[in-house]
Design a protein around this ligand. Structure first.
Ligand code: SF4
Length: 432
């Protein structure tokens, strides 16, 4: 294979979708030559590894010809009366074809990242919010508060690309910025300060708060911003530091509060997010402030966007009745499997081989997985598929959900795409 080098490629391995990568493809696979983060470097090497001479499909854990695996998957789909399409880690193109198949088979749709996404969704449903974009953060913000997250663990180049930058659109010199971490893991924050904290005119500080006190801290910060708390308030939270932060938020020209709902893994986390969106609303009475609820990894915003276009509902929607029935609790993958309410799981995971597949018990599993995913012992059928941005072209919604970036194939390993397989399944099955 002749080596190919492509510049300005978008990366599909986290929600930032950095579109400045140089990728090299040759007989050794796909390699990120720069300026990729460690996560992208690892995943391009894993998901983009050569596959020639290796099995690309399995039936009951045994290597099989692709056509035989497609036929067996079709048989399982045809026999299922209550199928569940889970994972859904693909791009817009793959998701559109899966939606058509789900519509035909009357399936329930649920994404592997739904739990985090729903924490944000419940907040929007209850109270609305004011959010911003990565570009606005880069070009206008003077205060960035990272609440409960170091950001960089899940979005490695966030500070490099959006915060600690020399060039912005509207200022002749680097913007003076302050970054405040509230309740983020100390070691991760120290790593960010050592690398990104030394770039540009940015000051970084941290307020140490245990994870289980973050709901209380968000409520306290909201009260401090609103000025509604009694003066003799008693708390063992770092009140002075939070009071200073509240004052800083009220004085900032463009403050941004960043959170990652996937990290807020505690009961009723949506109430913590509501406290943050509430204080943002208060600040906007006198100056400007916005939220940045980061998501978009594993194609979650791409799948969500397609579902909204086509059904008007987010994930955890059932198409069994011929129309969309959204239920974020009853239609959760784990709940459906536990209650034995589905008789097939079609699992789609193209980006990260480390994402685990739910235990389906006696329910047949048909898995469409990217290169690097181990053979799944319990799968009735497993087919290796192309990954968007590696050997399939497509579109991917970024973490702020305002931009869908084109993903371009950099190699061709003759693997089927999710869209091709979904169309094959649908065409071979006809109406339910
Ligand atoms: S930060 Fe995310 S999108 Fe950017 S190169 Fe790393 S994994 Fe890819």
């Amino acid at each position: 294979m002749q080596a190919a080098s492509l510049t300005d490629q978008a990366c599909p391995f986290c929600g930032l979708a950095c579109d400045d990568l140089t990728l090299v493809a040759d007989d050794n696979g796909v390699r990120a030559a720069g300026p990729a983060c460690a996560r992208a470097t690892r995943l391009f090497a894993t998901v983009g590894a050569p596959v020639q001479g290796q099995a690309q499909a399995w039936i009951d854990g045994q290597p099989a010809l692709l056509e035989a695996a497609i036929l067996r998957a079709q048989q399982h789909l045809g026999a299922a009366r209550a199928p569940l399409f889970g994972g859904l880690s693909t791009d817009v193109t793959g998701m559109r074809a899966l939606m058509d198949l789900a519509d035909q088979r009357g399936a329930v749709l649920d994404h592997m990242n739904a739990e985090g996404k729903l924490r944000n969704l419940r907040t929007v449903q209850d109270a609305g919010w004011i959010t911003t974009t990565l570009s606005e953060v880069r070009n206008r913000s003077d205060l960035v508060v990272c609440f409960g997250t170091d950001v960089a663990t899940r979005y490695p180049r966030f500070f490099e690309r959006c915060v600690c930058v020399d060039d912005t659109l509207f200022a002749a010199s680097p913007l003076q910025r302050e970054v405040v971490f509230v309740g983020a893991p100390a070691e991760a924050v120290a790593a960010v300060m050592q690398t990104d904290g030394t770039r540009a005119a940015v000051t970084m500080t941290a307020i140490d708060i245990a994870v289980d006190r973050l709901p209380e801290a968000a409520a306290l910060l909201r009260g401090l911003v609103a000025g509604t708390l009694p003066p003799e308030l008693v708390t063992d939270l770092p009140l002075a530091a939070l009071r200073t932060l509240a004052e800083r938020l009220r004085a900032a020209q463009y403050g941004v509060i960043v959170w990652v709902a996937a990290d807020m893994d505690w009961p009723h986390a949506e109430l913590t997010i509501q406290a943050l969106t509430g204080l943002i609303g208060t600040i906007n009475q006198t100056t400007r402030c916005a939220g940045l609820p980061l998501g978009g990894s594993d194609g979650d915003f791409s799948a969500d966007a397609v579902m909204l276009w086509q059904t008007g509902y987010p994930y955890r929607t059932s198409l069994a009745s011929g129309t969309g029935q959204y239920d974020p609790v009853m239609n959760a993958t784990a709940a459906l499997l536990t209650r034995n309410e589905v008789d097939l799981l079609l699992w789609v995971s193209t980006f990260d081989p480390a994402r685990s597949v739910p235990d389906t018990g006696a329910v047949p599993l048909v898995a469409l997985t990217g290169v690097g995913t181990p053979v799944l012992p319990g799968a009735a059928v497993q087919i290796q598929v192309a990954t968007p941005g590696v050997d399939a072209s497509g579109y991917y919604f970024r973490a702020d959900k305002v931009v869908a970036l084109p993903l371009r194939a950099v190699t061709d390993r003759q693997l089927p795409t999710v869209a091709q397989l979904a169309r094959r399944f649908a065409s071979g099955l006809g109406a339910v």
